[in-house]
Design a binder for this molecule. Structure first.
Ligand SMILES: Nc1ncnc2c1ncn2[C@@H]1O[C@H](COP(=O)(O)OP(=O)(O)OP(=O)(O)O)[C@@H](O)[C@H]1O
Ligand SMILES: [Mg+2]
Length: 255
């Protein structure tokens, strides 16, 4: 079965896309899925900082420009088992063309993963490219400018027929924030989760250990784990695998 390819997006910068992408990948992997995490931020790749993998000399840019295949640039984040295509920190920013995106997505579809999480740069994207993804998760913070830009983006994805969800990050439960109930009304059926402001995040970035590994019981980690069923229901392949295991055990017992 082809992997589910999820784009992590936002129009505004700095709202928590990379933090969420990294920890979502880890949460899915620890739930038993095979996950590939791709740093497709062509202006400011930063997944390497989160995972302690900053030394990549080759990565997404080389694949986009046909200088390498995905297999040549995939490395494994040993503590979690997540496979990673890093961005090259310090490389010149570039723009992925529609043809390049189509070629990359076509090869992603043949990869043996359950989920491919694609972190991206902020801002609008060629809507033609966005339609290649199975799902888009739009990250916002609970303030009006960010929510309005998320809403505009979500409506554009709706028009393009792309399934999209909203994740609200850095919730502090303060009176001046837009209340979760209000956000649920702004995005009917699309608010996949609310992530609290949590000091574990800056600490984890400084230590190059994702929050989910640093403390699975932190407020931040729990909120990411909690939203997995709504964002990424288990692929059918896993049901088949589980049935395979059950059949194997049954065969052992009736021998
Ligand atoms: N839930 C959170 N609690 C506390 N700090 C957070 C949280 N989420 C993100 N941050 C902080 O916000 C900063 C920006 O996060 P991040 O780099 O993930 O955003 P981004 O949307 O990927 O940014 P860019 O648009 O530049 O790619 C980080 O330095 C991180 O420490
Ligand atoms: Mg980022």
């Amino acid at each position: 079965m082809a992997p589910c390819i999820i784009r992590i997006s936002s129009q505004k910068g700095g709202v928590g896309k990379t933090t969420f992408a990294v920890n979502l990948a880890l949460a899915l992997q620890s739930a038993g899925h095979d996950v590939l995490l791709i740093d497709a931020d062509s202006t400011n790749p930063s997944i390497g900082f989160h995972l302690g993998m900053t030394k990549s000399a080759s990565g997404f840019k080389n694949v986009a420009q046909s200088k390498a295949s995905f297999n040549e640039v995939i490395s494994v984040h040993a503590p979690s088992g997540v496979h990673v295509v890093n961005g090259v920190i310090g490389a010149k920013p570039f723009v992925v063309t529609k043809e390049e995106a189509y070629r990359m997505i076509s090869s992603m579809r043949k990869m043996p993963y359950d989920f491919i999480i694609v972190d991206t740069q902020p801002g609008y994207y060629n809507m033609g490219i966005v339609t290649y993804f199975d799902e888009v998760i739009i990250i916002t913070t609970p303030d009006m400018p960010s929510c309005v830009s998320a809403m505009r983006m979500s409506l554009d994805y709706d028009k393009a027929g792309v399934k999209n969800f909203i994740v609200v990050n850095r919730v502090r439960d303060r009176g001046y924030e837009i209340h979760p109930g209000e956000i649920k009304r702004m995005f009917p059926g699309k608010a996949a989760g609310f992530i609290p402001e949590d000091e574990i995040v800056p600490i984890s970035i400084a230590e190059h250990i994702p929050a989910l590994l640093l403390n699975k019981r932190s407020k931040f980690s729990k909120s990411v784990i909690q939203m997995i069923p709504s964002i990424a229901p288990p692929p059918k392949m896993h049901a088949t695998r589980r049935r395979g295991v059950l059949r194997f055990i049954r065969e052992l017992l009736v021998r």
